[in-house]
Ligand binder design. Structure first.
Ligand SMILES: CSCC[C@H](NC=O)C(=O)N[C@@H](CO)C(=O)O
Length: 655
């Protein structure tokens, strides 16, 4: 019977993650990646497929199992893609590596172009389809003792990166010969490269100041004479670039740091001749990137902005939805594809903008591939149909309430599916803080709801999807954000009738910080699960890969300047008030929120006699719940359910 099976932790097995919809510039094919989660091989088996736009015919281009990120050439005849491989260093240690491979759309097979242990950051084809501009990380850490004299030291998912410079190159696709683009910098981290449509220039955004790597400069490199010059300095944000079709202007994705790391990403128009900069999306007052949370994504290498003859395309996060927008210089941004209560997760457009390929998800539909043409949207794939038919998925309901300061706060409740008895409920706090809950698919939420837990998820102050002011909680962590969450708790108990004695709280990263903060400020919850969290802002300083400047920007303190403030905002400071049984989950290679954050809280709770358990996942990083080894993900979910079931026992109707 369809939908009869309970969606438990191991339901991850067999789920297909559709990603990276890359339309060929001529609009004939859409290339994409399909990755099947396999518990048997404990991996994501990924292959590259294509759909012929006119006939809808599906073709397997590369059968995997480690292929992803196809990038089609401008002439629509070839594509490059990434193959994950294992390489060995001089001592024989296994190192994960990437091969960049070249293939034809008309014939099977592929040949290796380059092999990289350090990965690939950005690629951009030359308009004649003969070369690629690339941003490549160069330099490996010492194999034995690490002798470190630079910053940053490490990066989540990449390891020790202190010797890594991300440098710009030109790769000849027929010979594989690489030529370095000289910018004359001693230290550099390139974030993006973009080849101009006339073939004459390559725009490069680059961090050049090791102590202030959040500042980006834009260079334009003249392909003919080999000279590069700076056209803008001191910009911030993502730093992605796109040329106008006439090769005269650049679109830059970022901001000027108006609200530090709480600033929205904006589409900025950069005139490389004059250095003039104009904000094209400021009137929107929304973040011009997709920040919705989901745990069913797979690697994607698509650009976040694309400039066609119809304008500059980009995604906007808005009240839990993600909408495809377009803007033309001198005009207001306009929505092109508003999916309603859904998320356009990634997109690409053909050269003339007449065909848009995208992936779409909803809270009850994992991602599938779609085509938008002539004002009509059409679904192209059904990779997740069979999986969905097996399980029970409940539909979430949106709610909103007026917070005590008059602001509107939005949230959702996902009840147990029909036929599953409610055991209790969970307040699930997202990370960031500048991300949002909304219409993304969360496998984990369905596991909780199938186990009888209503999931309550709210976008408190600090979240994305609203105004820049709403997202800005700098220097005020644990204040209005905490109040919004607790006022939401009040709302769901009083207005939606959720039982007050059977509630748990959980969250990851900033959500882990907030979980720790919550249990130090109220004993309302029966149980807590804190994951990849933060307990001490003083020891967080200088360990997080997100940048030593992040703590200062967000908390307004360092260990030597206003350290009292860092400590005031540290959950550990309130550990003597915690009574809630707390499960702590952390990965031992989490370089975003280092393991000490978990150990300190665990030790405090243990010494104080509060029931606690620490689960450390070996070889995993900050992204365990999203891209960790499938068996580890299942184990993590099982640990969470066991903890909740232990502390929220079956008895009902107590309230
Ligand atoms: C000092 S790290 C701050 C927390 C972290 N911020 C950005 O990476 C975070 O909350 N991350 C979120 C969103 O990616 C998470 O869910 O891991």
């Amino acid at each position: 019977m369809p939908g009869a099976e309970k969606l438990g932790p191991d339901s991850l097995d067999g789920l297909v993650l559709v990603s990276n919809p890359a339309v060929t510039p001529d609009g004939r094919y859409i290339l994409y990646t399909a990755a099947r989660v396999s518990l048997a091989t404990d991996s994501y088996e990924s292959s590259i497929l294509a759909v012929k736009v006119d006939s809808g015919e599906q073709i397997v281009l590369q059968s995997g199992p480690r292929d992803s990120c196809p990038v089609p050439s401008p002439d629509g005849r070839r594509y490059v893609f990434a193959r994950k491989v294992e390489q060995r260093d001089r001592r024989g240690n296994k190192l994960p590596g990437i091969e960049l491979r070249l293939a034809s759309l008309d014939a099977p097979g592929a040949s290796q172009l380059i092999a990289r242990v350090e990965g690939i950051v950005s690629l951009s084809w030359s308009p004649d389809s003969r070369r690629l501009a690339a941003a490549l990380p160069m330099g490996r850490p010492d194999e034995d003792v690490k002798e470190i004299e630079t910053l940053p030291v490490w990066f989540n998912g990449k390891g020790f990166v202190y010797k890594t410079r991300i440098e710009p190159f030109i790769i000849d696709v027929d010979s594989g010969i690489m030529e370095r683009i000289e910018l004359g910098l001693n230290w550099l981290q390139v974030s993006d490269v973009a080849w101009s449509p006339d073939g004459k220039k390559i725009a490069i955004s680059v961090a050049a100041d090791m102590l202030r790597p959040y500042l980006l400069d834009v260079y334009v490199y003249d392909v003919e004479n080999g000279e590069a010059h700076v056209v803008a300095q001191g910009l911030r944000g993502y730093g992605e670039l796109a040329w106008s079709p006439d090769s005269k202007l650049l679109a830059y994705l970022g901001h000027r740091g108006e609200r530090g790391f709480s600033s929205h990403q904006k589409i900025m128009l950069l005139n490389p001749e004059t250095g003039g900069l104009e904000c094209l999306t400021c009137s929107l007052d929304r973040n011009a990137v997709n920040t919705v949370n989901s745990d069913v994504r797979f690697r994607s290498c698509l650009k976040k902005l694309q400039w066609t003859i119809r304008g500059i395309y980009f995604l906007v996060s808005d009240s839990g939805r993600v909408i495809l927008y377009r803007v033309q210089p001198g005009m207001e941004p306009e929505p092109v594809l508003d999916p309603g209560e859904a998320v356009v997760d990634e997109f690409s457009a053909s050269r003339d903008g007449s065909i848009i390929a995208y992936t779409l998800m909803t809270p009850v539909d994992p991602k599938e591939l779609y085509l938008y043409r002539g004002m009509e949207a059409r679904r192209l794939t059904r990779h997740t149909e069979a999986w969905k038919r097996r399980y029970k998925l409940a539909q979430p309901r949106r709610f909103s309430f007026r917070a005590s300061d008059g602001a509107t706060v939005e949230g959702w409740v996902l009840p147990p599916p029909e036929g599953v008895e409610q055991r209790g409920w969970v307040l699930y706090i997202h990370g960031g803080p500048k991300t949002m809950w909304g219409y993304g698919f969360m496998h984990e939420f369905h596991v909780l709801s199938n186990a009888g837990y209503t999931v309550v998820y709210v976008n408190p102050r600090g979240s994305d999807g609203y105004s820049e002011d709403f997202a800005d909680i700098r220097c005020r962590y644990g204040e209005r954000d905490y109040m919004d969450l607790m006022e939401a708790v009040d709302y769901v108990v009083k207005q939606l009738g959720l039982p007050k004695s059977r509630a748990a709280v959980m969250g990851g990263s900033y959500g882990g910080f907030m979980t720790n903060w919550v249990i130090g400020h109220t004993s309302f919850f029966r149980a807590a699960v804190t994951m990849r969290g933060i307990s001490n802002w003083i020891s967080m300083y200088g360990t997080t890969d997100i940048g030593w400047y992040f703590v200062e920007d967000q908390l307004c303190c360092t260990p030597w300047r206003r350290s009292d403030l860092c400590w005031e905002k540290s959950p550990l400071r309130y550990a003597d008030r915690i009574e809630t049984p707390t499960l702590i989950i952390h990965s031992n290679e989490d370089y975003r929120c280092w393991l000490d954050q978990a150990l300190q809280l665990y030790t405090a709770l243990k010494l104080r006699g509060v029931e606690t358990k620490l689960a450390i996942f070996p070889g995993e990083n900050h992204d365990l719940s999203r891209s960790g080894k499938p068996r580890h993900r299942v184990k993590r979910l099982q640990l969470i359910l066991d903890w909740l079931n232990k502390h929220i026992p079956g008895a009902r109707n107590e309230d």
